[in-house]
Write a protein of this length. Structure first.
Length: 241
């Protein structure tokens, strides 16, 4: 195989987004129980609500302003989420630890306990790696989140960069995201294949000049909207070849 760069989405392409969220919220609840003595099950709806509110704030900002500085938002948002969880859960914030750092630690410790990989994810990434493909993650989640979740699923070692809008300071909400991650890796768009379940993301990738594969690998996947489609991750290595 000639050198080719593969950029794979995370949610509902490599992992089951709903299952991961459920596992993650439960893990956060148990960590809060262990560290602060609260009822972990009662904390789960608190965490769920805080995450939903954060997602709504993301959409409100970046769908209107896709080039707004992502890292400035992320630093403040991490602090806001953990402060909301602690306040609504009746937990005193620990002193001496910046809220954003506390949020990162809690996120990592929870995510490495999760595994919501879709069927064939490991075999797919391993096959791409053995074939010489340069596989990157291309997700709206930040790189710290991706690293921990990939470690939990046993997939981390088969991928290179975990993009992560924070690595290019650009949300995954426009063609600019793909232009920046291609530049960060040092590849030309025509050397790249983007694999994603989202039609909008695939449109942006095509606009940037990449080839695209629509991943209908989630249990909730709909109908195809692009010529090249995979229904199972096991199909991807052969398509890349």
């Amino acid at each position: 195989m000639a050198e080719i760069f593969v950029f794979i989405d995370f949610d509902d392409t490599l992992i089951d987004q709903i299952e991961l969220r459920s596992q993650y919220i439960a893990a956060v609840g148990q960590l809060l129980r262990q560290d602060y003595g609260v009822d972990g099950k009662q904390m789960e709806p608190v965490v769920d609500r805080a995450l939903s509110e954060s997602h709504n704030r993301y959409v409100e900002l970046f769908e209107k302003e896709p080039l707004a500085p992502f890292n400035t938002w992320l630093e403040k948002e991490r602090a806001r989420i953990v402060e909301t969880v602690f306040e609504d859960g009746g937990i005193a914030m620990p002193s001496g630890v910046p809220p954003s750092e506390l949020a990162k630690r809690l996120q990592f410790d929870a995510l490495i306990q999760t595994n919501a990989a879709l069927q064939g994810a490991m075999e797919c990434l391993q096959s791409l790696f053995e074939a010489g493909a340069r596989t990157q993650i291309a997700s709206a989640w930040d790189s710290d989140y991706l690293l921990a979740a990939l470690m939990g699923a046993g997939l981390e070692s088969y991928t290179e960069s975990k993009f992560g809008p924070d690595l290019v300071d650009c949300a995954k909400e426009s063609v600019e995201y793909y232009r920046r991650i291609f530049d960060a890796v040092g590849c030309r768009a025509e050397e790249s294949v983007v694999v994603d379940d989202s039609p909008a993301a695939l449109d942006w990738a095509e606009e940037a000049g990449a080839r695209v594969v629509q991943a209908l690998t989630s249990p909730r996947a709909g109908d195809p909207e692009f010529p090249t489609v995979i229904r199972k991750l096991a199909e991807l290595p052969q398509i890349i070849k």
